[in-house]
Ligand binder design. Structure first.
Ligand code: GDP
Ligand code: GDP
Length: 484
């Protein structure tokens, strides 16, 4: 039997936004449990996943008796079963209604139950309304201003809940994590046949004198390889797939796409391997586009760099020979046939960027898996990319950044410019940002790209896609802003 999940139980008087918060915490997955003894209404269960941990979330809801005096007892009675096994209680209150006698009564009952609880002050829909949360401190528990509807502040609430329910997770919440407790970074090596995926895997796993072992529980055709390096854990997923080769070229090509998609399903980071001698082909671009769509972080590995340099060297010698012949005939001094490696790299990078425009966030490494040349650059880069993927920027910091972005420069030629009032990071992996705007109309892509570039300049999101989700800020919010 697996360990039961710690349970976060939501309580509160009617209409404060309990179900909205429940939906926000659990996403769409919800399981309704009916007909439990002592429960008059469906008690709703769901799961909240946050920073690699899972919590059970229970919405106690409840039918409200006509007799007002019985309300708190009835809410409490219905919540009772859930409360008994709760790891943490969240009392939801309504910032717009202010503190009510019923809130006070419920807080009193929760204290009497002897369970730790947080107060989620809901309907704080903008930073300007955060002051509304102040009065709820009198209820005697930690206060979290949130907007269940918009998702703001919910991240802080979840962080605190995790710290409470998984005390050992404290280190993970405030990086750098202690290596011993770290989850391995899951890595998929993907690419066309013959680009050097197996060679690279052997190099990465072998060179580090690692513990290389099939992970128990994985099936024969899906074997993972664990690598431990400098106290950090890495897991190369589906390495059996990497070694599997197709019998014909066509089969091998198809297989490589299937393996890439399978690997991407499980990975945090994809190493997209490209044959540096051949350059980026249509097949590479196809696999790259799957990597992009998957929302995984990507590092572009230009392999067989030795062969690319060799080819460039030969070309340079040929050119030099021609120049020499010309120079001889003209009576000048012959040129040296040295290829400029730095320039070759830059030219090459430009070429790759052009062909893989949609992976502009992916760093590029040039290496030779066969000789091991430059492969040592890969692990630190994987670390950086994995950290960027999990990066969470606090809401105040984000809004300070937003204030300093010259949004006019990114504005589209529309009659009514889009205004961004507020931004918050709704999730990580990949980092996803909610933008509260004055228009429903989607941001023009060039404007969004401008915003993304500005964000990337300020915060390190190397290798990971970032997503923006636009939310219309309601007129009611505008009014409260105007009246201030
Ligand atoms: P419950 O009875 O406590 O489960 O409350 P509901 O989740 O059904 O929400 C009650 C009402 O409050 C609904 O009309 C919601 O749309 C609204 N509501 C919930 N969360 C928010 C919020 O963050 N901001 C605002 N302005 N309204 C909210
Ligand atoms: P996979 O099909 O992508 O797994 O490719 P393999 O790892 O089997 O490599 C295909 C061929 O490319 C093999 O003959 C390798 O020796 C060769 N190869 C792999 N990496 C390099 C490299 O960095 N330089 C050179 N010159 N050859 C390489």
């Amino acid at each position: 039997m697996p360990e039961p999940l710690p349970s976060l139980v939501i309580v509160g008087r009617p209409n404060v936004g309990k179900s909205t918060l429940f939906n926000r915490l659990t996403g769409t997955r919800r399981a309704i449990v009916t007909n439990e003894p002592g429960i008059t209404r469906d008690r709703i269960y769901g799961k909240a996943e946050w920073r690699g941990h899972t919590l059970e979330v229970v919405d106690t809801g409840g039918i409200i008796p006509d007799d007002k005096a019985l309300i708190p007892q009835e809410i409490f009675r219905q919540a009772h079963v859930a409360i008994a096994k709760a790891a943490l209680l969240v009392l939801v209150v309504d910032s717009q209604a202010g503190i009510t006698p019923l809130d006070q009564e419920l807080a009193r009952l929760l204290r009497a139950a002897g369970k730790p609880f947080f107060i989620a002050v809901n309907k704080v829909d903008s930073t300007r309304q955060e002051s509304l949360a102040a009065e709820f401190h009198s209820l005697g528990a930690p206060v979290f201003p949130v907007s269940a509807e918009h998702g703001t502040g919910v991240d802080d609430l979840l962080d605190a809940a995790l710290q409470h329910c998984f005390p050992s997770a404290g280190a993970e919440l405030s990086p750098p994590a202690s290596p011993a407790e770290e989850k391995p970074v899951e890595i998929a090596i993907i690419g066309r046949p013959n680009v050097g995926k197996s060679t690279l895997l052997n190099r990465l796993a072998g060179e580090e004198r690692s513990i290389v072992s099939p992970i128990p529980g994985t099936t024969m055709d899906s074997v993972d390889t664990d690598v431990s390096r400098d106290g950090r854990q890495y897991r190369f997923v589906d390495t059996a797939g990497i070694r599997r080769k197709g019998k014909t070229k066509l089969v091998a090509e198809k297989l490589s796409v299937v393996m890439a998609r399978r690997g991407l399903e499980r990975a945090d980071v994809a190493l997209l391997v490209v044959d540096g001698e051949q350059g980026v082909t249509q097949g590479d671009a196809t696999i790259a586009s799957y990597a992009e769509q998957s929302g995984r972080s990507v590092i572009i590995v230009i392999n067989k760099w030795d062969l690319a340099v060799e080819a460039a060297q030969k070309a340079a010698e040929r050119d030099a020979a021609t120049a020499k012949g010309k120079a001889k005939r003209a009576g000048g001094r012959p040129q040296d046939a040295q290829v400029d490696r730095g320039k070759l790299l830059l030219d090459y990078e430009e070429l790759i960027r052009k062909k893989l425009k949609f992976l502009s966030y992916a760093p590029i490494v040039f290496l030779s898996a066969k000789s091991g040349d430059r492969t040592q650059k890969l692990f630190p880069l994987i670390d950086q990319v994995a950290a960027a993927r999990a990066r969470h920027i606090a809401t105040p910091e984000l809004n300070r950044w937003l204030k300093n972005v010259d949004l006019q420069r990114g504005t589209t030629p529309k009659a009514r410019p889009v205004r961004i009032y507020y931004v918050t990071q709704a999730k990580t992996a990949p980092p996803t940002f909610l933008l509260f705007t004055n228009q429903k109309q989607p941001l023009h892509f060039s404007y969004e790209r401008y915003l993304e570039n500005q964000l990337r300049e300020k915060f390190d999101f190397t290798g990971t896609p970032v997503r923006f989700v636009q939310r219309l800020r309601k007129r009611g919010d505008r009014r409260s802003e105007d009246s201030e």
